[in-house]
Design a protein around this ligand. Structure first.
Ligand SMILES: [Zn+2]
Length: 91
């Protein structure tokens, strides 16, 4: 038996391309719309962040079903992880 299972995290963020620090989600709330969570991705080391927010929108239906009606996490993850691609050939 192998207990060292690798858990594939679909929300895995690459380390910061500038300082190698750990990247994290940071959320905030839209006071005009309490069903929307705004978030961005940034580095916990140097503090650099993506230039814009993504949205996560949730709804609790009267049947009790909890639904995510908008989810831009993967979009921002792609943006963050894309920044890290080593395309700075002229350094
Ligand atoms: Zn950094």
């Amino acid at each position: 038996m192998n207990d060292n299972r690798v858990i594939e995290n679909p929300f895995e963020l690459r380390p910061c391309p500038f300082c190698g620090g750990k990247a994290k989600f940071k959320s905030t709330y839209n006071s005009n719309d309490p069903t929307t969570i705004l978030f961005d991705i940034g580095c916990s080391g140097c503090g650099i962040r993506l230039p814009h927010f993504g949205e996560l929108k949730v709804k609790l239906w009267d049947s009790g079903i909890f639904e995510i009606t908008k989810d831009e996490r993967s979009k921002l993850i792609k943006e963050w992880n894309g920044v890290n691609v080593k395309d700075e050939k002229d350094l």
